[in-house]
Design a protein around this ligand. Sequence first.
Ligand code: BDR
Ligand code: CA
Length: 323
Amino acid sequence: ARKLILDLDTGIDDTLAIAYALGSADEVDLIGITGTYGNVTVRRGVRNSLAVLHLFGRDDVPVYPGVDHPLAYDPAVNGPWEPSAGSVAVHAPNGVGGATIPDSPRASEPDGSAVDFIIDAARTYGENLVIVPTGAMTTMATVLKTAPDIRDSGARITLMGGALTVPGNVSPGAEANISQDPEAADYLFRCGARTTMIGLDVTHQTALTRKGTAVWRALGTPAGDFLADMTDYYIDFYLAHQPEIGGCGLHDPLAVAAALDPMLVTTLGVNLKVDLDGAFRGRTIGDRARLADPDKHTQVALGVDVPEFLERFMTRITALAAK
Ligand code: BDR
Ligand code: CA
């Protein structure tokens, strides 16, 4: 089977991305989760990833902590990186909407390096590997800076982040994952790695309502209850702040779905950069210097088969949570 690495700031929709990946076990082998920051710190995100894997009976999947602050941030000067008040409001202080989930017995175990893990995996599996970053892009950029051969390893990157044709969600220009570390995202887009961007252009077309979470609650399982409690918090946040979406956006699981089946989305080839200065810091935009380059390294998803995705999302996650 093909191999998958998730690079997560776990996070409500990151948790749904884990569930989508585990519910797709006949298509893809989740070989590891790496921890980035954004919604939560790396430490909290790793703890959440371990707990979610334990809930689904998948203590076999390794979890590695990644880089825990932006490239341009100096913890020696500024102290340990902490999530913004905005991120805490979206995902709650525990990252999973305040829902209760027992810690994994592995909670204090992880060491090893996310960067080394991704480099080894890309060298081992090449085009059989897809990496899905859904938080700050710092670990992924560090991989490509540390081991430039990974760019041409054949491993694909399908990331959640950015907004090309719609406004951002943390500022008029910027989407959250890109704005966490604009320098890292800019490096990723401009280094020439084959990347598919699953941004707000498509994720805001995919909304989950309480009809969906009611299906999970009706299962009467610990996993079903946890997913419903967690996701209801997210839905309520969206209804209060972005009611036009009609539910919560399924950002991170859509990136996993598109990584497994690129035909779910339609894409436009654009060589991107990230605005690093001024009011538009963190905005993804076409790189004028490379726009005419016939080789498009980055495909930006602009269309998505919403009914098909929602069907897969509900079927796979409900079957997983029923056990
Ligand atoms: C992205 O930001 C995070 O809050 C979510 O987990 C998602 O990855 C959406 O902009
Ligand atoms: Ca995320």
